[in-house]
Design a protein around this ligand. Structure first.
Ligand code: ZN
Length: 418
């Protein structure tokens, strides 16, 4: 499991290995050293020095605190004091915020050990030599159906070594969660809200609400068998208001919230019928047109909610919810990445990557929360794949393993290793 492997590597680099006083950047034939400064006990590198060494640059994109690190392979957007970076539409959680001191932008050391190797691509960090160097390992990842043809934010993250070790890292970290963990599983839609129907070009035999319930039930079975507590927001064909799904999770003090859905393109055409693959969402403001489409589609369920299960528009309530959720943004994006990377092993793909959107169903949960679009029911062959009980079980087992891996890792972090 790639995400876990990276965290272990990062933890090893930042905790076990002593922090170097400088790192070497080896970019092809060019070699430069970049000082590592310690501030409040925490290591940082100056953005301008690192960019110079990597033959990149820094753009200050507005008069306030926005910065863009411009590298030959990627651009990363940063805001002074905000512990996230952006690459295209992907939000990258940071261990702490970049900071401007004395007119200079300082990046957390995690940039060297993790962010650049993982999200820029083409570089590896060698903790033993304190060396960030251009590596061929990244380019040698075999091309295959698991790689998205278009904007997969994860494509550059994988190196040959992580591919090789996936079989090892996918082994259960713990056979049982060390303490009680409550996984809230939300089968998308239900009752009069059927979700999407498909496939395009044939009578609608595929109904999202039925498949989500079937996969969610199998996911619950696997997790319970592995020792986790599970709460399902629905176990029958009923309508649960989007806001209530989060409330159910909160009032039962869930540790993670997983919402299962099936995708469909926003239009009907021959090209739309070919759309396929899986993606995992975590809560954040939707940024691309495609993310907005999925967000609007899934939020459509609100129109089925009347009377008792309708959401009351309370602006203050929304702000509080928003603040509570933001604390879990990092965990949510970690969980999304863990699930998405896990699915590569079983799903025919393509891997459409981790996405962000502002889903009503995720908004109401005060815990790490993700929404998995397990495929396109609008696509003839993917609808057939998703309807198969064995495939559903394989997807459920895979997601369950990712959730357990994530919980074990999250717990070790909460336990004070970070
Ligand atoms: Zn849905």
């Amino acid at each position: 499991m790639i995400a876990l492997l990276f965290f272990l590597q990062t933890a090893a680099a930042t905790v076990a290995a002593p922090i170097p006083t400088f790192i070497v950047v080896r970019d092809g034939g060019a070699i430069a050293s970049v000082p590592v400064t310690i501030d409040g006990g925490l290591p940082s590198v100056r953005a301008d020095a690192l960019m110079r060494a990597m033959r990149g640059g820094i753009l200050i994109t507005s008069t306030n605190l926005h910065y863009t690190l411009s590298l030959p392979r990627a651009r990363l957007d940063l805001i002074d004091g905000i512990p996230f970076a952006k690459r295209d539409t992907l939000t990258i959680p940071l261990t702490r915020a970049p900071q401007v001191r004395g007119g200079q932008l300082y990046l957390p050391f995690q940039f060297v050990t993790d962010v650049i190797p993982r999200y820029v691509g083409g570089y590896v960090y060698d903790a033993a030599l304190s060396e960030l160097r251009t590596g061929t390992a990244v380019a040698s990842r075999p091309a295959g159906p698991i790689q998205s043809a278009s904007s997969t934010p994860l494509g550059t993250a994988t190196s040959a070594s992580t591919v090789a070790s996936r079989a090892v890292t996918r082994q259960p970290v713990y056979t049982r969660p060390p303490v009680r963990q409550l996984v809230v599983i939300d089968a998308g839609h239900g009752g009069p809200d059927r979700g999407m129907t498909g496939p395009i070009g044939s009578p609608a035999w595929f109904v999202e609400k039925d498949v989500t319930l079937s996969v969610a039930t199998k996911l619950a079975t696997v997790l319970r068998a592995r020792g986790a507590d599970v709460l399902m927001t629905r176990t029958t064909d009923t309508l649960i208001a989007l806001a209530d799904r989060g409330k159910i999770a909160n009032s039962n003090r869930g540790d993670v919230f997983i919402s299962i859905h099936v995708n469909a393109p926003g239009y009907n055409s021959a090209a739309a019928a070919r759309e396929h693959g899986f993606e995992t969402y975590f809560l954040a403001e939707a940024k691309t047109e495609d993310e907005r489409r999925v967000q609007d589609m899934e939020n459509e369920s609100v129109k089925f909610e009347t009377g008792a299960n309708a959401q009351k528009g309370d602006p203050l309530n929304f702000i509080i919810t928003d603040m509570a959720q933001n604390e879990h943004l990092r965990e949510s994006s970690d969980l999304a990445l863990t699930i998405q990377n896990g699915l590569i092993d079983v799903h025919p793909g393509p891997n459409r990557g981790v996405q962000q959107a502002n889903f009503a169903v995720l908004r109401g949960s005060y815990m790490p929360a993700v929404l998995v679009e397990i495929g396109f029911g609008s696509n003839q062959s993917e609808a057939t794949y998703l309807s198969d009980q064995d495939n559903q079980r394989a997807l459920a087992r895979n997601i369950a393993q990712s959730v357990l891996d994530y919980l074990a890792h999250y717990q070790s972090r909460v336990g004070g290793t970070r």
